[in-house]
Ligand binder design. Structure first.
Ligand SMILES: NC(=O)c1ccc[n+]([C@@H]2O[C@H](COP(=O)([O-])OP(=O)(O)OC[C@H]3O[C@@H](n4cnc5c(N)ncnc54)[C@H](O)[C@@H]3O)[C@@H](O)[C@H]2O)c1
Ligand SMILES: [Zn+2]
Length: 376
């Protein structure tokens, strides 16, 4: 939220505004933003002190540099880190971080700065949303996934025994600064996983964007700065538009779950050995198949998505086989289920979601089972 404070100087980045109840915040995408944080942070989230939170991969690469940039300009800041990976998105690390901040005397006039991938953003966001009943957070995403998806929309949380992201909150950031230069060090496999969400944005709401992504895939995988920046901006615009219309996922925000009902079940059925992007790619193909068999999705849509995803090296053939009963079991316990029935977002055609039944619908188990049998 801008709170009447100056909006960022956009000379070196593109800004996208996200509306939230009672205000808005800016997502700034561009090159060289990290170096400008000592100015951008105080302008967007004025604080007595900043708690910079990064995982142990990103802390030495960027967290320390952010800390140094802040402290060398007289801004009070501390760096907190935790081991990398999804396994760290826990209540235990939430305890560790909030205790460390309490020990260091952070008050209500502190601000959390989440520098890292989606795990850092979700965990640090949850720390901020609960610390002293809530202090501001600024998101500084460093992975494609976090820039394209996780840092926008205000969802925060941790994974618990019963499932992923089941304990958390909505806590909109004060601002998001996505510095495309940081993608240079992102491992290749993480690039593929994150870009799948951009392809999803195209598939649900912008067929021309999906076509552009398909052509640009090699440049995106190589992180050509200009191409990467364009993809991030276009994806952020799409996600920002959706979450501005539906902050709490009561309606249209569900469209972002295309590929995710099946995708989550595949991830869970493989004990999370399957990456989220790989699972969502398979989920989009199988949900397109479901839509086509129901006569809701235009024929040939699945083939078009398949041809796009192949440019990222992803296809149903690259998915390890999945235990069908386990996958059906996880579908039945989907956290987005209503009255115990999982719901699916279906396309009408590429770039358009079917909205007759409130953006998502139930599908008979027998049909789902038939379609999932393809990868069992
Ligand atoms: N809040 C939301 O709306 C939302 C949306 C989508 C996903 N998510 C969450 O995001 C998480 C996944 O995010 P992710 O894929 O970024 O995972 P991640 O944060 O674990 O990052 C992936 C890996 O890349 C490393 N890394 C990140 N940036 C790097 C860089 N610039 N250079 C080198 N290494 C770097 C990390 O250390 C990690 O090892 C999941 O927990 C998911 O639930 C949240
Ligand atoms: Zn996803």
């Amino acid at each position: 939220m801008t709170d009447g404070l100056p909006v960022p100087d956009l000379a070196h980045g593109t800004g996208v505004e996200v509306g939230v109840s009672g205000g808005s915040y800016e997502v700034v995408v561009g090159s060289g933003l990290l170096a400008r944080l000592p100015t951008l942070l105080p302008n967007n989230a004025r604080a007595h002190r900043y708690a910079v939170i990064s995982d142990e991969n990103v802390a030495p690469l960027y967290g320390s540099a952010v800390l140094e940039a802040l402290t060398s300009t007289g801004v009070d800041a501390r760096l907190y880190s935790f081991p990398p990976g999804e396994a760290s998105k826990t209540r235990e690390n939430w305890s560790m971080l909030t205790d460390a901040m309490l020990d260091d005397g952070h008050g209500r006039d502190s601000c959390v700065v989440a520098v890292g991938g989606g795990v850092t953003g979700d965990l640090a966001g949850f720390v901020a949303s609960t610390y002293l009943r809530g202090i501001p957070v600024v998101q500084v995403p460093t992975s494609y996934l976090a820039m394209i998806d996780a840092s926008v929309g205000g969802k925060t949380g941790v994974d618990v025994r019963a499932g992923k992201n089941l304990v958390g909150s909505f806590h909109a950031p004060r601002a998001v600064f996505a510095d495309s230069d940081t993608l240079a060090t992102l491992p290749d496999a993480e690039r593929v996983q994150g870009l799948v969400e951009a392809f999803k944005h195209g598939a649900i709401l912008d067929a021309a964007y999906l076509e552009w992504l398909t052509t640009a895939a090699d440049m995106l995988l190589a992180v050509d700065t200009e191409t990467a920046t364009e993809a991030i901006v276009r994806s952020v615009r799409i996600k920002a538009d959706v979450v501005t219309r539906d902050e709490r996922e009561g309606g249209v925000r569900q469209v972002l779950n295309f590929g995710h009902t099946v995708g989550h079940a595949l991830e869970a059925a493989t004990g999370y050995a399957m990456g989220h992007g790989t699972a969502v790619a398979a989920g989009m193909l199988l949900e397109a198949e479901l839509g086509e068999r129901l006569g809701i999705t235009e024929g040939g849509t699945r083939a078009q998505i398949a041809s796009s995803l192949s440019r990222l090296g992803l296809s149903l053939d690259s998915v390890p086989s999945v235990d069908l009963e386990a996958a059906m079991g996880f579908l039945a316990s989907d956290k987005k289920a209503r009255s115990g029935r999982p719901r699916y977002v279906l396309l009408r055609r590429l770039g358009e979601v079917e909205d007759e039944e409130a953006w998502s619908r139930e599908i008979p188990d027998s049909l789902v089972r038939d379609v999932l049998a393809e990868i069992a």
